[in-house]
Design a protein around this ligand. Sequence first.
Ligand SMILES: [Cu+2]
Length: 108
Amino acid sequence: MRILSMLAIILVTWTPTIVRAAVDQKTEKAATQTCTLKVSGMTCAGCEAAVRLAARSVEGVKDAKVNYAKGNAEVTYDPAKTTPEAIAKVITEKSGFKAEPVHTAAKK
Ligand SMILES: [Cu+2]
């Protein structure tokens, strides 16, 4: 009986924590954004890999899909930690390929 009541106490104590952790994970996932960067000068899969590596080195970047034929990179990032401008800057500095955010919003 003692073991059972102890188990019950543990369950009651830990369940809210577990539930909260699950909710936190969900909100974190929803908080990521995807941006497209224009990357100039890539000619092969090796260039792609260099750009991908550079993009992933940025804190807050969750994923990077680079396409040398299209000359772009699709980056999934946490807007609380970084911006498309900052990611583009790091790609340009680390990979040597000029990267700039593609603004989908209306231009002046
Ligand atoms: Cu190359």
